[in-house]
Every structure is written in structure tokens, then in C-alpha cells.
Ligand binder design. Sequence first.
Ligand SMILES: [Zn+2]
Ligand SMILES: [Zn+2]
Length: 351
Amino acid sequence: MAKMRSAVLVGPRDIRLEEVERPVVARDTVVVKLESLGICGSNLHWWTGAPVEQGLMRFPLPGGGGHEYAGVVDEVGSDVTRVKAGDRVAVDFFESTSCGDCVQCGAGLFGQCERRRFLGLGGFTEYLMTGEKGLYPIPDGVELGLAAVVEPMACAASGVRRANLRGGETVVVLGAGVLGLCAAGAARALGAGKVIISAKHDAQAALAKRFGADVVVRSREPELVERIKAETGPHGADLVVETVGGHAPTLSQSIEILRSGCTVVVLGLFDEPVPVDTWSAVLKDARLLFSLTYGLRGKRHDFELCLEWMASGRVPAQELVTHVRPLAEIAEAFELAADKSRGVIKVMLNP
Ligand SMILES: [Zn+2]
Ligand SMILES: [Zn+2]
């Protein structure tokens, strides 16, 4: 049996590589040789062990929770028709593990599939066994080693697309990490008139203009809300995209800066229940829209749209990758990704 390396999250802050059997293709499956693996904020969250205390996961976690994948099709089963060996593909983790026929799948919401089907070991691994669904061709002009960044980008784009921009809106994005910068880029690409973003770190602020932001405010400014209101004008923002989460007060700030009758899209993951001034929200007829993953909207999957924006440079998501490390250095790469003070935005592993 051929072997490969695959990660295991053994305990808090302890991720290691193990030798495991390489997947062998079956009639209706595909094996992808992964070339680009992204370390996601959610991976870092599991790595700290916090979800174990909350009873949401257990150690050891095979694969380490990786789900941002791109690579080259290595082998296909005899019944596979949609891809062939040698194709460069980005993998929609949710669609590729979806049943394809539940109510949620029918609506294109693969992230909400009711009967998920795992074909093999996922995560931070060299070879991925998957079905032929959920594989999106990577266009020329997108570097394979960076292509997995399409996954977080699609999360952000999906949230913005759900707000149905018509063009010309004033959009405020709170937070300028990967999700925030991609949300700004998506808002711009979808026709926003003015994009205002709040950034905590210098490296984030420096990139914001590349992602279509007209105004960058620093989140440590004591008068942050006032500062943003000065930019939106008296009516407030037509759309607010919250991407910070954690322990931040950004949900109530979002409602404060929102224009009446408009939408807050929440992409950030909060570490605890968040108090919301529902009176302010009601008085504004505010809509709060929580968004987790991506999928089909109309006829277009978020991955297709985002890969197109990456290839054309319209949203240069590849520039978010500040560090690329070999898979062998996964433990150090996690430490690096967790330390945002060192100019890190996105860490990518190339097996
Ligand atoms: Zn992710
Ligand atoms: Zn399903």
C-alpha cells in the first residue's frame, strides 16, 4: 500500500503528521493530489482546544480540521465524467461531501446538507478522496499553490451576495482579516459605491485599498463608530458586514452604523453569546443575516465567481497569502498563523 502524510490534532496546540495509507480510487470517486492547503481561523480555534471544553469536538482530530483545498486530479474512477487526471481543481468541501438530494442540497445550500457523506480522510493531507461533485476548475492566472484561498473568499462573497446589492451602496466592513478584505473586494466587485473598512493590524490596513476599500479606519480608534458615521453620512451604511467575532463589540456597532431598513451580514464567529440592543435594531427595521458557507446562488456557485475574480485580478485574494510553508512544517505554521502581530494574514501549506 502506498503511504502519504496526514495531520492529526493530538491535543491543544499539538498538531503532527502521521503516515497513513493513501486513498485508492473507487468507481465513482476521485483522488486529488493537494497542492494548496489553507489554515483557517476555525482550524486555529480547534487547535487551541477551546471547542473540546465546550464538548463540540474530541482529541485526537484526524486531518486537523483542514477544509481549504486545491490541487491536481490524480486518479478518477471508471464512472467519473466531470473531471479527468491532470485537471487543476479547487474543492468545495461542503458540496463534495453533500448527499446531493436532501432539501438543503436541492436549494444549493451544501453547507447545510442533512446527510453528509465522508469518503475518506480529509483535512491537512497529501491526497484527498472525494466525489466528482464540488470540484471547480482553477483558471489560468491563478497560481495553484495559492488557489485554496478561494474557500474563505467564497465564504465572504456568499455573505455579500445574500445581501443583494443593486449598485451604488455604501458598505461598511468591520474587520480586515481574510474574510473582511474579501468581503470588501466582493462588495466592490458587486457594485458598491463606497466601501469603508476597519482594520486592526498594519498589514491589513496596507492591503485594504487593493481590495477596493475607499476608506480605512483603524479599529483601535476610540471614536470608531463616530468615525465611520462621518464617512457613511447621516443615513448610515446600506450594508454592514461583520467579520470580527471573538469577544468584539462589533455586532452592536453594526446596528449603530446601519441605515434603517438595511442589512447586517454576520460572518464573524463569536466566542460567547453576544448582547444585542434589540430595541435599536427594531427601531431601525434592521435585518440581521448570519452566513456560514457558500454554495449556489442563482446559477452561479460562489467558487466559480471567486475564481474568476482572482484570475482577472478584480479581487486579488492571492495577495492575502503572506506565508507559504511545506506541510512538513505544519506545527510551526499553526504557531505562525496564530500570531497576527507578525504581519501574518494567511498561511498556506504546500504539501
Ligand atoms: Zn475555512
Ligand atoms: Zn444533502
